[in-house]
Design a protein. Structure first.
Length: 185
């Protein structure tokens, strides 16, 4: 549906035709004269707009009258208005490579299956885990352990790695999340 709309709108003459039809009904002859186009060319463009549901045809003897279908344009606008609808054009949500790495390490209940062995895979997993901590909040070591244990049993390794990658800072047994701009790449 949306693809047909977009294709139909992807031509200057068709956009101009829609602009003229927005004011009132026109015949092929009238549209050809206003746009300085040949009638067969106008008929071709109107046929594409009609197939997309953007215009309707009314016959009066040998004269074909065209009207803009404003409801079709409204449907198109609604379809294009949401991020979710736009993502469907890609065949689903668009994932960054890091998101795919993290998803491969997660169980269905959101726990980490294992600690990534390569640095390339470890960084996105640690970044995902670091984002579990609220910015600006101070955590005791017990709170950090509890939060990590919700995701993986090896709290010591993950805690050490989060601090080592400058994702969390630690002083006197208190931890806090550092800004992402300071995280090691």
């Amino acid at each position: 549906m949306v693809l047909e709309f977009v294709k139909a709108l992807a031509h200057e003459s068709r956009l101009r035709l829609l602009g003229l039809l927005a004011s009132r009904e026109h015949s092929v002859q009238q549209l050809a004269a206003v746009l300085s186009l040949k009638e067969p060319t106008v008929s071709h463009h109107l046929a594409l707009l009609r197939e997309a549901g953007l215009v309707s045809l009314r016959q009066d003897g040998n004269t074909h009258w065209y009207n803009l279908q404003i409801k079709s344009l409204s449907r198109l606008a609604r379809a294009l208005a949401s991020r979710e609808q736009l993502e469907t054009f890609a065949g689903g949500p668009i994932d960054a490579p890091e998101d795919r790495v993290v998803r491969n390490y997660l169980t269905r209940d959101g726990r980490l299956k294992s600690f990534p062995s390569t640095r390339k895979k470890r960084r996105p997993v640690l970044a995902w885990l670091a984002r579990q901590f609220d910015e600006g909040r101070r955590y005791t070591e017990a709170e950090v352990n509890e939060l990590i244990e919700r995701r993986h049993h090896d709290r010591e390794t993950f805690r050490r790695e989060l601090v080592g990658h400058h994702m969390l800072a630690r002083k006197d047994g208190v931890y806090w999340r550092l800004p992402e701009s300071e995280w090691d790449v």
